[in-house]
Write a protein that binds this ligand. Structure first.
Ligand code: G1P
Ligand code: ZN
Length: 542
């Protein structure tokens, strides 16, 4: 095997990791040196890769296979001792996270742009995880970004493509490349957390489920767990084969992009439980016969019932949600005497709370839920948690939700996304609102009156690190709330996210959009959003 080659390069602007790793158009990643530059900077951000063990995999999207070969050659060139790679280059994000922990690896690289479309004209991403299995925290992503700006060369070895089709070990220069089954360890972990015999019995009793893998990475995981280990009828997992372009779809599990599944629960012969996951398997959408569960409600329901699953029988240490996520879970925490944290958007902010044992469950409104079993959100985990709760209570999804609202009240919630806005227009809207914040409390805004207005800043209670500018939060008298922030994962222009919330202690029967109309009107009054963006409606409403 040949010695490492030094390739001269120069910094490529814009290689700044966002909410979840570096994302860009696939064609951008395919440009000369683009991927290599970033990977070299990742080694720097991780404090070097020599002598270390790396976990590597991705969601199967276009260029996953090519990128994996490049990364293995670069890891070998910089003296990594071992790269543990999922068979065919596949690993879901939670499975990669689990593998980092069980194998004591020093970090991981996950090739995915999550829920963004794939293919040559779609998106690609590189996510970086650290030795605790979680996403690289801000300190590390800042080091990576700094390294991208000072790069003059990278190291790579020349070699034939490695065969990733069969589990086993091979060598690349001095580095051991270990190809592993991407599913087995993860499925075993799920068996330890949940009551598989109760769930098997429920299914054997005629309970029907449908899981939409959206042609993305969770197909093989769901087939193994739901069909093989739990006995769901063959065909319960749909769109189960990962495709490089996700079948032309948008692998985002929400009522818009998983519309067929969403519609199926409102049609005759609806399954008792329906669910979907995203490109890399960390998001989830939960539906029951005749009902959609909003992700914020799902988090609250799981917090209230988690003790029914064996892995959580000892109760919860605490819960956390991202700031824009609805306060439904706060009500459960208050009733149960649990600590409850609000963090900035992005899973990396949960890492310290989970590692320090301060929280057991956490979640985001963006279809992400998880626990301390891995420091990543986990789509299939959420589905199994629901299934375990249904098996333990004997209730339907709808009954669980209605009982929850009866006990805690209903927190109406919705997110409105305005996509591909002119970046300057979106920035200016946020900046203007930000500068108006100090005088806003007490002002009328349409039908509501502002009681508090702030630019969300967070100080991590574990390591004291702080993050500012994490979204504008406006609370109205009576408790309604609006949050505005710009997306950190988009790849085209700017995406403005508007999060809307209103609590009703005693009327759970409203249509959420109707219930939120006063908040929408108030935001319009404060920002002039329609006129400034030229948009009369959001592109995506969840
Ligand atoms: C979005 C979601 C956020 C999630 C992230 C990665 O980030 O809003 O909750 O953690 O994707 O899945 P955003 O584009 O809003 O920065
Ligand atoms: Zn994802």
């Amino acid at each position: 095997m040949s010695a490492p080659i030094r390739v001269a390069t120069r910094p490529i602007p814009g290689q700044k990791p966002g909410t979840s790793g570096l994302r860009a158009k696939t064609r951008v990643f395919m440009q000369p040196h683009y991927l290599e530059n970033f990977v070299e900077a990742v080694w720097a951000g991780l404090g070097g890769i020599a002598g270390k063990t790396l976990v590597l995999g991705g969601d199967g999207r276009y260029f996953n296979d090519r990128a994996a070969q490049v990364i293995m050659r670069m890891a070998a060139a910089s003296g990594a001792s071992r790269v543990i790679v999922g068979q065919n280059g596949l690993l879901s994000t939670p499975a990669a996270s689990h593998l980092i922990r069980t194998r004591g690896a020093d970090g991981g690289v996950i090739l995915s742009a999550s829920h963004n479309p794939g293919g040559k004209d779609g998106d690609l991403g590189v996510k970086v995880n650290i030795s605790n299995g979680g996403p690289a925290p801000e300190a590390v992503t800042a080091r990576i970004h700094a390294a991208t700006q000072a790069l003059e060369q990278y190291l790579i070895v020349e070699s034939q493509d490695l065969d990733l089709a069969r589990p086993g070990r091979q060598r690349l220069a001095e580095t051991v490349i270990e190809v592993v089954d991407p599913v087995a360890d993860y499925a075993d972990l799920m068996e330890r957390l949940f009551d598989f015999s109760a769930m098997r019995a429920l299914i054997a009793d005629g309970f029907s489920l449908r899981f939409d893998a959206m042609h993305a990475v969770t197909g093989p995981y769901a087939i193994e767990i739901l069909e093989r280990r739990l006995g769901a009828e063959p065909g319960s997992v749909i769109n189960a084969v990962p495709l490089s372009d996700f079948g032309g779809g948008h692998p985002d599990p929400n009522p818009i992009w998983a519309k067929a599944l969403h519609d199926a629960v409102f049609a005759p012969q609806a399954p008792d439980l329906a669910a979907a996951s995203d490109g890399d398997g960390d998001r989830n959408m939960i539906l029951g016969r005749g009902i959609y569960v909003s992700p914020s409600d799902s988090l609250a329901v799981l917090a209230a019932h988690a003790h029914l699953a064996p892995g959580y029988a000892g109760g919860l240490a605490g819960v956390a949600r991202s700031m824009p996520t609805s306060t439904a879970v706060d009500r459960v925490a208050a009733a149960r005497g649990l600590p409850c944290y609000a963090t900035p958007t992005g899973w990396k902010y949960f890492g310290n709370l989970l590692d320090a044992g301060r929280v057991t469950l956490c979640g985001e409104e963006s279809f992400g839920t998880g626990s301390d079993h891995v420091p990543e959100k986990d789509g299939l985990w959420a589905v199994l948690m629901w299934l375990n709760i249904l098996a333990a209570t004997g209730k339907s999804v709808a009954a669980i939700l209605h009982d929850h609202w009866a006990e805690f009240g209903r927190t109406y919630y919705s997110r409105h996304d305005y996509e591909a806005l002119d970046a300057d227009v979106a920035q200016a809207l946020i900046e203007d609102l930000r500068s108006s914040l100090p005088g806003l409390a007490g002002d009328d805004a349409g039908p509501l009156r502002v009681s508090r207005a702030e630019d969300f800043a967070y100080t991590d209670p574990v390591d004291g690190s702080s993050s500012t500018g994490q979204g504008i939060e406006i609370t109205f008298e009576g408790g309604a709330r609006a949050v505005l922030r710009l997306s950190g994962t988009g790849t085209e222009g700017a995406t403005l996210r508007l999060y809307l919330e209103r609590y009703s202690p005693d009327d759970p029967s409203l249509d959420p959009q109707a219930a939120l109309t006063p908040v929408i009107t108030a935001v319009e009054a404060l920002t002039g959003l329609t006129c400034r963006t030229g948009r009369t409606a959001a592109d995506v409403i969840t």
